[in-house]
Design a protein around this ligand. Structure first.
Ligand code: CDP
Ligand code: CDP
Length: 222
């Protein structure tokens, strides 16, 4: 059973997905983190993404490991724990361009489907309800104003020791939203059967309670 959560940057997907998964005792898959991992590897290995052969060689040799340690998702590339590094603003700036590449999406989608196969899983990203799991039992689409999303990201980055102005964050989020929504392959889009939640004025607690209510309604109806 899959619960799909999609929406733009900092709309509240990851935090609520994790809490929902804990509450329901489901697995949790953060597909954005997977794209951030491959973006980090592209940057660190200085891969020329325009060169088809070097991109292919890179993907063929890319090994991503996902583990859950004490309830926290951990991502390893060649044994190195990159869970913190992938949140940096240098990765955020490049990730949309890299995740728009069809061969990269193909690799990731296949990994996501095999991770969630025959499990109960909350999966969050951009194309989960539309492309990766179009038959998900329940789909949510989160939205929030760009001002609130920039503020949330600023607080998050501050906790990681990075200080960025709200203006810069807003610009980065808007650019990423535009890139993610306008790409030709699996763009960010609300599935026709997704439940939209505007989290602008919601606390995380409010947000989770709306989600739990909808999940219970859906499951009881089955
Ligand atoms: O945390 P935040 O919302 O900033 O982004 P994320 O969920 O970590 O995703 C980072 C980027 O990965 C997005 O801006 C998309 O470009 C890409 N992504 C994607 O293309 N498809 C997904 N299913 C998830 C993320
Ligand atoms: O996964 P996504 O990028 O959509 O967002 P997130 O990582 O879940 O949320 C971004 C930040 O906003 C986190 O620090 C959350 O704790 C915070 N947040 C919030 O303050 N209120 C909400 N209703 C949702 C998220």
């Amino acid at each position: 059973m899959i619960i799909a959560i999609d929406g733009p940057a900092a709309s509240g997907k990851s935090t609520s997905a994790k809490l929902l998964a804990e509450k329901l005792k489901f697995l949790y898959l953060d597909t954005g983190a997977m794209y951030r991992c491959i973006a980090l590897a592209v940057i660190e290995n200085q891969i020329d993404i325009k060169n088809k052969q070097s991109l292919k060689d890179f993907i063929d040799n890319f090994k991503l490991e996902m583990r859950t340690i004490n309830g926290v998702s951990v991502f390893l590339i060649n044994g190195e724990n990159v869970s913190k590094k992938i949140r940096s603003s240098s990765v955020s700036k490049k990730v949309s361009e890299i995740s728009a590449i069809p061969s990269i999406r193909k690799y990731m989608v296949s990994m996501q489907r095999s991770f969630a196969k025959n499990t109960k899983c909350v999966v969050e990203g951009r194309d989960i309800g539309t492309v990766v799991f179009p038959k998900a039992t329940i789909k949510f689409f989160m939205i929030a104003s760009v001002e609130v999303r920039a503020k949330r990201r600023q607080l998050e980055l501050r906790r990681l020791g990075e200080e960025i102005t709200l203006k810069d964050l807003q610009k980065d989020i808007e650019a990423r939203d535009k890139y993610d929504s306008e790409r030709s392959h699996s763009p960010l889009k609300k599935a026709f059967d997704a439940i939209e939640i505007d989290t602008t004025n919601m606390t995380l607690r409010d947000q989770l309670s709306v989600m739990v209510k909808n999940v219970n309604l859906k499951i009881n109806r089955k």
